[in-house]
Ligand binder design. Sequence first.
Ligand SMILES: NC(=O)c1ccc[n+]([C@@H]2O[C@H](COP(=O)([O-])OP(=O)(O)OC[C@H]3O[C@@H](n4cnc5c(N)ncnc54)[C@H](O)[C@@H]3O)[C@@H](O)[C@H]2O)c1
Ligand SMILES: CC(=O)N[C@@H]1[C@@H](OP(=O)(O)OP(=O)(O)OC[C@H]2O[C@@H](n3ccc(=O)[nH]c3=O)[C@H](O)[C@@H]2O)O[C@H](CO)[C@@H](O)[C@@H]1O
Length: 596
Amino acid sequence: MSSQIGNRVARPESLQNKQGSIIHFTPHISDYSISPEGEEFPLPEPEEYNEEFNRIKILVDQAREEGKEIVVVMGVGFVGAVMAAIIADTKDENGNYSKFVIGCQRPSTRSYWKIPLLNRGQSPVKSEDKEVDEIIKRCVLETKTLVATYTNECLKLADVVVVDIQCDYVKCELGNVKTGEADMAALESSMKTIGEHISPECLVLIETTVAPGTTEFVALPLLKKAFYKRGIDSTPLLAHSYERVMPGKDYVASVRDFWRVCAGCNDEAKVKVEKFLREVINTKDYPLTVMDRPIESETAKIIENSYRATILAFLNEWSLFSERNGVDIIKVINAIKMRPTHSNMIFPGPGIGGYCLPKDGGLGYWAYKHILGFEDGDEVFKITPTSIDINDTRALHVAELTRDALRNMDRYIAGADVLICGASYRQDVGDTRYSGSEIVVRKLTEMGAEMRVHDPYVDHWYEMESQDTYPASGHSWKRFFRNQEDLSVLKMEAEFSTAIKGIEALIFAVPHNQYLTLEPETVVKMAGGPIAVIDCFGILSDEKIRRYFELGCEVKALGRGHIQRIKKEIQRSKFYKQNSKISTVSQIYNRGSFAR
Ligand SMILES: NC(=O)c1ccc[n+]([C@@H]2O[C@H](COP(=O)([O-])OP(=O)(O)OC[C@H]3O[C@@H](n4cnc5c(N)ncnc54)[C@H](O)[C@@H]3O)[C@@H](O)[C@H]2O)c1
Ligand SMILES: CC(=O)N[C@@H]1[C@@H](OP(=O)(O)OP(=O)(O)OC[C@H]2O[C@@H](n3ccc(=O)[nH]c3=O)[C@H](O)[C@@H]2O)O[C@H](CO)[C@@H](O)[C@@H]1O
């Protein structure tokens, strides 16, 4: 009898006892955490925690002797892993490393693997920014100012705790963010644990994007309650400062060399958080803004991301207008951006994804009622929720464009082999959370297409592979579509040349560097003949669009209505070429007949 755990099977083993008889047993295999590269890590057993804490304690004692401040970063995901390294890379005015950082990651099957990778000096996140790998490797293996662990006991040793764990917003309907709700469980559980372990002088800095009011009205009471139970009568030192990181080619710089906002729950916390951020972030070149209250820092984050989500959503209707009226919205946006007051106008891709923009406005709308107690949210919030709804459903149109392009080639979406280039939510990073590509794939699958996917930054598309349990059981977007079952076996194609072979349609969904340089001739040759090409991000120049038509392809693109003009131009020139050929032949024929 064997038991299946994780991806491993615990096989019966046999041993000979002292009396020489054979005993059969199945080893006790705990659950496994499997890295994106497929490496398996058994989760720590309860009896290992003590030894692990002692390992960390020895390193901390040594760091304290060297005068270092001890910082625990809760959660080593896309934010925490890089923030931990940046803090660990901090030097004081004498050029000495001044912080010892402990990345404290909960040992879940989904994320435990990040700990052994970090302790090997490897980044748990993939990015175009080479500095991510460099800074983590340097701080773990050279300066030895960064370690990772799974035991919350390390919180006892902290002078500062930075909270970078997630606070989800769970949507119940696609295109109706208002019916969703904030999932505070991970954050509340973490705040309780922190309150049970930290010393009274420890600063707790929440970087998590939270529903406004969480720091002062949810987290602080949890810390106070834990302190009370421990007989500590001082007030917890709690602050908020939101992250502005942009995973991608400037990942590290977008944390370290970037403007920050912060606030403390009381004066002592305010002084401590300002001091800490001035030490670890380049606030000399990127000034720090200190607000009066954490709710102002929390709200600034929600407004900032809602603003970006709104300016993207706003252009969806003009993108559709442009497709139908011969307008190239890319050129129009570039023309408008010439005036400085409109320089931040940005073209909306096939979906406004990532972990932030799709949820942050929802956190704000939800907090207004559920934390701050107002009942008139639907009268007050007209734009923020609508923007998210527009952004969440924009990708459905990409499926329509794919269907229409194939139809123009007398092909049908049902049964068509379609390759989507890019699973990630944005260029040059391997994060598939709430990616527009997921909606495209799910809608096309519902329409009967046979999907293939390639992305140089993504090894596993967990939203598909583990769609029954990812991001949590019953939370997959698959619930909004039909015919989704087979997507659980949709695998990332490692080689582009394999992925493209024999396809009928290709969707440029994410502007990864690798796709920007593809030439039409190469694409058509690799595909094995003319295909339908759908450009979701203004990736194709007019020259490439023209070339695809000349090669017999059909091209459609979000917001690029001028493509019809290019298509007609190519058809006309083909017509004239054929006619001129016919007229030449007939002239030769006529000349020949006269000559007879
Ligand atoms: N990803 C971004 O680009 C970005 C940018 C700015 C802000 N943020 C915000 O930062 C926060 C974190 O985002 P992320 O993208 O890093 O998420 P993530 O899911 O990549 O990382 C969160 C990590 O915390 C771990 N975790 C959860 N509960 C824990 C606990 N109790 N103890 C220890 N570890 C725990 C998870 O296992 C995970 O590894 C979110 O609030 C997000 O909105 C994200
Ligand atoms: C206010 C702001 O800037 N906040 C940033 C934002 O960063 P992000 O990682 O979410 O990345 P974005 O660039 O916002 O992309 C989101 C989606 O919008 C699509 N997009 C983007 C630009 C464009 O021209 N056309 C598009 O279609 C893109 O493809 C992707 O799907 O939130 C983070 C978390 O809070 C912040 O830390 C970070 O500061």
